[in-house]
Design a protein around this ligand. Structure first.
Ligand SMILES: [Zn+2]
Length: 182
């Protein structure tokens, strides 16, 4: 990787609509990308980030949904990022759940999204080991949101059309705002 500093891409950036490609072998470069992504996620006070959001079309996400809480509780270490390479949902619950979502690439935008309440998923960790796990609640939601990013899908795509319509003005403004430096 060259020394270009990664930055968070905003709604008008076409890379957010690209499908990221699988990582064949995890290399030190991927580890470095993941480390930088975590820094940017924490710096922006987010709970998840996908590679598309920093302009890279490789299937890498970072998730840490409880770090705010750990920070408040003074639990050490406050930051426990989970890095996932080639993450995939393998099973979805029949029950859906609704909650308001936001996104570092859509600053100021929030909206209700229905998603499967719990999932089983698999990924490769930064040591190249396969991992299988289950998640529910916010963690399940966040993993699904980040995997969507790797497929070029944004949470607004999953909102009820009537609800999304209400955001049209805000989205138009974002589209014109150009890159935001974080
Ligand atoms: Zn997002």
């Amino acid at each position: 990787m060259n020394n270009d500093k990664l930055e968070i891409r905003i709604y008008n950036d076409p890379v957010l609509r690209e499908k990221a490609r699988p990582v064949a072998v995890v290399t030190p470069r991927h580890v470095e990308i993941a480390r930088q992504m975590a820094e940017m996620m924490y710096g922006s006070r987010g709970v998840g980030l996908a590679a598309n959001q920093v302009g890279l079309t490789e299937r890498i996400i970072v998730v840490d949904v409880e770090w705010h809480k750990r920070e408040e509780d003074n639990t050490n270490p406050g930051r426990q990022p989970i890095f996932m390479v080639n993450p995939e949902v393998t099973e979805e619950s029949d029950t859906d759940d609704v909650a308001s979502e936001g996104c570092l690439s859509l600053p100021g935008i929030e909206g209700d999204v229905w998603r499967p309440a719990s999932i089983r998923y698999r990924y490769t960790d930064l040591e190249g080991r396969p991992v299988e796990a289950a998640a529910e609640g916010l963690k399940a939601r966040c993993i699904q949101h980040e995997i969507d990013h790797l497929n070029g899908v944004l949470f607004i795509d999953r909102m009820e059309p009537a609800e999304r319509k209400k955001l049209a003005g805000q989205l138009a403004k974002l589209r014109q705002s150009g890159p935001v430096r974080v």
